[in-house]
Ligand binder design. Structure first.
Ligand code: FEO
Length: 420
């Protein structure tokens, strides 16, 4: 009897322990889904997450993967908005099928032809042989190049302001050239106030990973759309005339709350404005002497009251992060060595990327190092000549191999000039 009671109590204790462990495990493995399974009763998310990718668009590090978003509108007529990367075609088609119920798909709307969104169109057209494909003339021309066909028998060509009625839902098409390719259009669904915004308002990162929106949206914006600020502004202007309640981009989470926050950031980014006060120091250093100057400048800036100092070692950091910082802050110091009569390669790549992305509206400063014939500042200035509205600091720091007392004074003066 006593032994039975002992085993009974042990059994309860072990079960309690197992349940506690399960609860603890589940609590620590909760994932936040940015996307949401259902946007509204009849608009559903059917996109996919990509955790296999190493470099997005062949160049951007994506620590938390990517999402290729796609949406399904269920009404008297059923429409799919955009496809996904070809590697996830089967999963995407299964997502659509799982949400269709007894329905079939009548239309696929193609907003953007870059393969991360167009890669599964051909398979979709085979899977839904009665579906029509809705896009603009530029996109259909690209389809011929990608697929050898523009689906002539099944295509519906739309232009600015055209509408597609699905029943209670109506899509209005708005052209958004160069945000981020020339054929890009966005679609506004007026019954729900949903803007299907293509690449605009997108970010790096899959939807099953929780992370800060602005950080990865900014890196995405300046890397991918940054050159096209004028075009992004044109889209924002068109969007301001619409009663937008929800933004459904092709990457990143669906945005429903506090839309003003996202719109304001996009406005600052696309006008090349200053998002955050502070100074960015972008540098390269071969033997550590230029780095010493940078560390000294960082200290002096803090002493002088600079609200934020961001230091990027261009040889070691993610170049896309350094580019993002260069656009985010209003002041930037370029510090590098003379190398082969030019500048150190990582600085060359950095400045070339900034110029290519329409870098402008900054206060800039230069620190150069050179043991026998310093050329770096001259080369950097030459490279930046194409940029609009750059204001150079008066103080230029010239290091001849190692930081000396005169350099220390110059660095202090430069710090004071930068925080004025
Ligand atoms: Fe997400 Fe420009 O493609």
């Amino acid at each position: 009897m006593t032994i039975s009671l002992f085993y009974f109590l042990m059994h309860i204790a072990i079960n309690l322990l197992i349940n506690f462990c399960n609860l603890w495990y589940n609590f620590n493995n909760i994932k936040v889904y940015y996307g949401g399974e259902m946007l509204s009763q009849n608009i559903k998310y059917v996109g996919v997450n990509d955790h296999e990718i190493d470099l997005f668009e062949g160049q951007y590090i994506v620590h938390n993967g990517m999402a290729y978003n796609s949406y399904l509108i269920l009404d008297q007529k059923v429409a799919v908005i955009d496809s996904v990367d070809a590697r996830f075609c089967d999963e995407w088609l299964a997502n659509i099928k799982g949400k269709l119920g007894q329905n079939t798909v009548d239309y696929i709307v193609v907003q953007h032809m870059e393969p991360d969104h167009s890669g599964s169109i051909e398979h979709f057209m085979q899977a839904y042989p009665h579906a029509k494909i809705v896009s603009n003339a530029r996109a259909f021309a690209m389809m011929k190049n990608y697929f050898g066909t523009d689906f002539a028998e099944r295509k519906v060509v739309v232009t600015e302001g055209d509408t597609l009625s699905l029943g209670e839902h109506t899509l209005t098409f708005v052209m958004a050239p160069m945000v981020h390719w020339p054929e890009v259009m966005v679609s506004f669904e007026s019954a729900t106030g949903t803007l299907f915004s293509a690449d605009a308002f997108g970010k790096f990162g899959a939807l099953d990973v929780e992370e800060d929106w602005a950080c990865e949206a900014r890196r995405y914006y300046f890397g991918i759309v940054g050159k096209y600020g004028v075009q992004a502004q044109a889209l924002l202007k068109k969007a301001s005339a619409l009663d937008v309640k929800t933004i459904c981009p092709l990457h990143g989470p669906i945005l429903q709350d506090n839309l003003g926050y996202y719109l304001n950031l996009y406005n600052v980014w696309s006008t090349y404005g200053v998002e955050s006060e502070g100074v960015v120091i972008a540098y390269t250093s071969v033997y550590g002497n230029t780095k010493k100057a940078v560390e000294l400048l960082e200290q002096e800036l803090k002493v002088a009251g600079c609200p934020k100092v961001v230091v990027n070692d261009l040889a070691r950091c993610d170049m896309a992060e350094a580019v993002e910082d260069a656009f985010r802050y209003g002041k930037i110091v370029f510090a590098t060595t003379t190398y082969n009569g030019e500048v150190f390669p990582f600085m060359r790549e950095f400045i070339a990327t900034l110029v290519e992305h329409n870098f402008q509206n900054k206060q800039v400063a230069f620190i150069e190092n050179g043991s026998w014939a310093p050329m770096a500042t001259k080369v950097m200035k030459g490279m930046l000549e194409k940029c609009k509205n750059l204001t150079p600091c008066q103080m230029e720091v010239k290091i001849l191999s190692a930081v000396n007392e005169q350099n220390k004074c110059q660095i202090k003066t430069l710090a004071q000039e930068l925080v004025k």
